[in-house]
Design a protein around this ligand. Structure first.
Ligand SMILES: [Zn+2]
Ligand SMILES: [Zn+2]
Length: 340
């Protein structure tokens, strides 16, 4: 299966947390956490439509300024999500600058911030051209497990404890479209950009009986038309989509353990913080962080297919292999076990 999403931790395991998830089928990306984003190119930053922030400790939110700076004057709506208190943090950031010239921008840049509580979500919108003043009503809705629902994907959340409410995120691709290239060729077609449009039509739930025109060959000079249903049955195999889970900054206790194991269950890829080694378990507990062993145990209990640890304490520079080793051993020991 060729994945539609390629999540990557932009910074090294010792630097600020930031999971960049570009979509292959569109020129777009989402971000989990907003630590220092200087390692991301402007081109990649401009692809970002939604940013999901676990909590507003500085290392997870310091990228806000660069992100907003790059988007000033652009025609864009940026959606931000964060935990309880998030709106106050966003407004505090915006209040830190002078905005006396932004009314001159001809484009509308809109910032949409949603704060997630255990029972509700609160959304406010800010208009750049009006000095980021609140635009429209504050919307309060009951909390749905999914923060974002689109034809191709959902992003859901879980609230965990990190001495403050902290969000975990799960990106779920609704289904995955596998193209059988030999079948494409045997129909006399060629591999080309039309495949992207074809996948998009499926993700948009386009009417299966509608016509789909394949433009192929050099400069798309040749054309053939099929019903979407017929073309799908001939060249594609639909399989369950990818599940990517991101957990950053959480203390190891029973409630968190049960919540995360359930939330990350059978994920294709779990990204999970592991700040300390088990030998510093007491410090981890005191700082509301996980050890590599605890992260590995959670990944094993959740039976994830792949997991990556990150957010290492700088005390382990040069010893990162110990963190990976400890996590892997705990993963293997915990895999398939039930929560103790
Ligand atoms: Zn952190
Ligand atoms: Zn933190």
């Amino acid at each position: 299966m060729r994945p539609s999403f390629h999540p990557s931790l932009v910074n090294g395991p010792f630097a600020d947390p930031l999971l960049f998830i570009p979509f292959i089928f569109e020129n777009r990306a989402v971000l989990f956490d907003l630590g220092d984003i200087y390692a991301l190119s402007s081109r990649d930053i401009l692809k970002i439509s939604h940013v999901f922030i676990t909590h507003t400790h500085m290392d997870h939110f310091i990228g806000f300024d660069r992100l907003i700076r790059l988007l000033l004057g652009r025609e864009k709506t940026l959606y931000l999500y964060g935990p309880e208190g998030f709106i106050q943090n966003v407004e505090g950031k915006l209040a830190g600058y002078s905005w006396n010239l932004v009314q001159n921008y001809s484009n509308r840049f809109i910032l949409n911030a949603t704060e997630v509580h255990s029972d509700r979500q609160i959304t406010k919108q800010y208009l750049c051209r009006q000095k980021f003043s609140v635009d429209g009503e504050t919307v309060t809705e009951p909390l749905e497990r999914s923060l974002l629902e689109e034809p191709a994907l959902t992003v859901s959340t879980v609230i965990v404890d990190h001495s403050l409410p902290c969000l975990g995120f799960c990106l779920n691709e609704r289904f995955h479209v596998n193209i059988m290239k030999d079948r494409v060729l045997s129909l006399g077609l060629e591999i080309g950009p039309w495949l992207k449009k074809f996948k998009q039509a499926l993700f948009n739930y386009q009417d299966p009986d509608s016509q789909f025109t394949v433009a192929y060959a050099e400069n798309e000079k040749k054309e053939k038309t099929f019903t979407l249903k017929k073309l799908t049955s001939q060249i594609a195999m639909i399989t369950p989509g990818q599940k990517v889970v991101y957990i950053a900054d959480v203390v190891y206790n029973r409630t968190n353990l049960e919540k995360i194991v359930d939330f990350a269950s059978q994920a294709d890829h779990l990204f999970i913080e592991a700040a300390f080694l088990d030998r510093h378990r007491a410090i981890a507990q005191q700082k509301y962080h996980l050890t590599a062993g605890q992260a590995g145990t959670i990944a094993g209990l959740a039976r994830v297919k792949q997991f990556t640890i990150f957010h290492f304490s700088p005390r382990y520079i040069g010893e990162e292999h110990l963190l990976y080793q400890e996590a892997q051993e705990a993963f293997e020991a915990g895999f398939g076990q039930t929560t103790p």
